[in-house]
Design a protein around this ligand. Sequence first.
Ligand code: NAP
Length: 229
Amino acid sequence: AAYTNVERAEEDEARADLLNHKAAAYLAAAAQETGATLIHVSTDYVFDGTGHRPYTEAMATSPLGAYGRTKLAGEEAVKASGCRYLILRTAWLYSEYGNNFLKTMLRLTSERETLRVVFDQVGTPTYAGDLALAIFSLIEAGRYTGNEGVYHFTDEGVCSWYDFAVEIAAAAGHDTCRIIPCHTSEYPTKATRPAYSVLDKTRFKETFQMDIPHWREALIYCMKRLQRQ
Ligand SMILES: NC(=O)c1ccc[n+]([C@@H]2O[C@H](COP(=O)([O-])OP(=O)(O)OC[C@H]3O[C@@H](n4cnc5c(N)ncnc54)[C@H](OP(=O)(O)O)[C@@H]3O)[C@@H](O)[C@H]2O)c1
């Protein structure tokens, strides 16, 4: 559970803080009391995205907006609680469930003749099922014990939102919609997004010895599941 509306968080930081920071602190306190390990999901938005190399866990955080600030405060509360924890920072989540970029692009590319999508924000689309499976696997194998700390987890590869949209339309066979790359500055928003938020997953892969699918492969898998629904 999290306050994930990045735009609304700018005007509602107190509420975003309640969920992304204080609630995480309560969970961490409960984990500390009971001796449980807390697996906490965090975000690439803790970084400002001014870098040009994949972000490692050791790199300095510097959130650009209220969502990232409150998520970072949540991370810090978990760390300060004294509980055993794994903080998994992820990014660009989508799945066959709920509302997300994949669902929006499937709808818009079926309705419109043209669609403008930003090409100057770069990251890694991540199938929520891959994150869930990674968490499930490390719990099942008992690998959380002795491996506490912060980890980065996304699918493999790198692309822009524009590339992701093109791939979604192609996979869905929506070939009548022309997708046009545009700059972030053409779509002013309340919250500033990191321009580059590729996460370096080396620590996760070396610690837990897990293979992670490429985002394109994961997209096709998710689309097949969506079609079966
Ligand atoms: N989406 C991304 O691209 C992304 C990227 C990086 C990290 N993350 C992190 O990944 C996690 C999941 O994000 P998501 O995008 O999957 O979120 P989401 O689709 O917005 O889902 C958030 C969940 O939180 C629940 N929730 C919200 N407010 C609540 C409250 N006051 N009490 C109890 N439950 C509440 C919602 O319940 P209802 O369904 O009942 O509303 C929903 O199940 C979060 O920690 C987020 O910060 C997400």
